[in-house]
Design a protein around this ligand. Structure first.
Ligand code: DSN
Length: 432
């Protein structure tokens, strides 16, 4: 930050304040994490200067020999991490990666089956305010009202009735392990392609702590910045490459194109122009980190922390959807606490605890209010929290929920959170 301190004190201060916010607050947003200083260094590198439209060795610009190496490294490491024969590391975001899947596998107006947003799905899985909901005929499945879990019989019934062209499996607030094999059997029966969006649990999947979608899905997407702990971005993978079923042939030879070629061309030039080479290099760094044995240790701790926190929240009378978690997150229905998601989020924010309001299955409130909150353990685990620290986390959340509107309590919790966080130093090299 030394350059900005000289050239742009305004922005230097903003970044410093954000760094302090990340250090001093309890970071419980399930989709966030703390990228390593090495990932940050690559993201802030001179690779941001380079135009590299195309793919390694097939660029539209000269001078790409080193960015080619960075992209090859990212693809190779990602393939190794997930056992994927095909990888594309260029999508700027998870939403863009997902857009590429729609543009590849279905046509506007086609029917697509995804998880309801209120039940755990994602904007790009068919929300009416997203391109997915506007361009495609979206139908949805949810969780069972009693168990809070995906009911595979219901998914099968909907799939057989609706006959979608594509089924999406994956979610942004579903706390349970997903049976991709069963989803594939349903997709095959219904004659649909199966796409897994593993943006949230990808770090846990990479080290085999959750079911592996790769052998069962036609295609898999993820973000790189959640449990995977890399820079902000998206990726696309396939376990095995296969000939495209859409009749797309190479113009000169007439050869049927492989899906890898089709997906590559949908991403660039289909959707994107120049790839963010600095981010791709940072993805390579993160995948390299994820291939180290310490990443397995980290993910085991994420899972253990989430499980312990869930246990403590249940003991404090919170209603967890599905009564627990298999992954890094939990979804809490606050109806029995007489607090809305919005009130809870605001009260937590005032108390130094960052989390987000979230729709719960069968929610009777709007997405701007909601009846729930989502809590994730990935970031606090990165900074060193262990199972016994979950007692503090559960206690402060409980105290705030029991004292909505009590500014004195917020202030006390904020100060205790700051003290507690100071025991887990973070980004010491980045603070002035
Ligand atoms: N917005 C992300 C999340 O919080 O889960 C998903 O894209």
């Amino acid at each position: 930050m030394s350059y900005l301190a000289q050239t742009d004190t305004q922005l230097h201060d903003i970044i410093n304040h954000e760094t302090e916010r990340q250090i001093n607050k309890l970071q419980l947003i399930a989709s966030e994490n703390y990228a390593s200083p090495s990932v940050l260094e690559a993201t802030g590198s001179v690779l941001t200067n380079k135009y590299a439209e195309g793919y390694p060795s097939k660029r539209y610009y000269g001078g790409c020999e080193f960015v080619d190496q960075a992209e090859d490294l990212a693809r190779e490491r990602l393939g190794k991490l997930f056992g994927a024969e095909y990888t594309n590391v260029q999508p700027h975001s998870g939403a863009t990666a997902n857009q590429a899947i729609y543009f590849t596998f279905v046509k506007p107006g086609d029917k697509v089956l995804g998880m309801d947003l209120a039940h755990g799905g994602h904007l790009t899985h068919g929300s009416p305010v997203n391109f997915s909901g506007k361009l495609y005929d979206m139908v949805s499945y949810g969780v069972n009202r009693e168990t809070g879990m995906i009911d595979l019989n219901e998914v099968e019934d909907i799939a057989m009735r609706e006959k979608p062209k594509m089924i999406i499996v994956g979610a942004s607030s579903y706390p349970r392990n997903i049976d991709y094999k069963a989803f594939r059997e349903i997709a095959d029966k219904a004659g649909a392609y199966l796409w897994a969006d593993i943006a949230h649990p990808s770090g846990l999947i990479a080290v085999n702590l959750l079911n592996d979608p790769m052998p069962h899905c036609h295609v898999v997407t993820s973000t790189t910045h959640k449990t995977l702990r890399g820079p902000r971005g998206g990726i696309i993978m396939m376990g095995k490459d296969w000939e495209n079923p859409f009749g797309i042939v190479a113009p000169k030879s007439g050869r049927t194109r492989m899906m890898s070629e089709v997906l590559d061309s949908v991403v660039m030039p289909g959707i994107q122009g120049g790839p963010l080479m600095h981010v791709i290099a940072a993805k390579a760094v993160a995948f390299g980190e994820a291939l180290q044995p310490t990443f397995l240790t980290y993910q085991k701790q994420v899972k253990a922390n989430a499980a312990r926190l869930a246990e403590l929240m249940v003991a404090n009378g919170f209603n967890l959807i599905s009564n627990g978690t298999d992954n890094h997150l939990m979804l809490i229905d606050l109806h029995n606490k007489n607090v809305t998601g919005k009130e809870a989020e605001n009260a937590m924010e005032a108390s130094g605890i960052t989390l987000n309001k979230n729709m719960v299955p069968f929610d009777d409130r709007s997405p701007f209010v909601t009846s729930g909150i989502r809590i994730g353990a990935a970031a606090i685990t990165t900074r060193g929290f262990r199972e016994n620290d979950m007692e503090f986390v559960a206690e402060v959340i409980n105290t705030v929920i029991d004292n909505i509107g009590n500014e004195a309590v917020y202030e006390d919790v904020r100060s205790r959170v700051k003290d507690y966080c100071s025991k887990f130093p973070l980004y010491t090299e980045l603070t002035d």
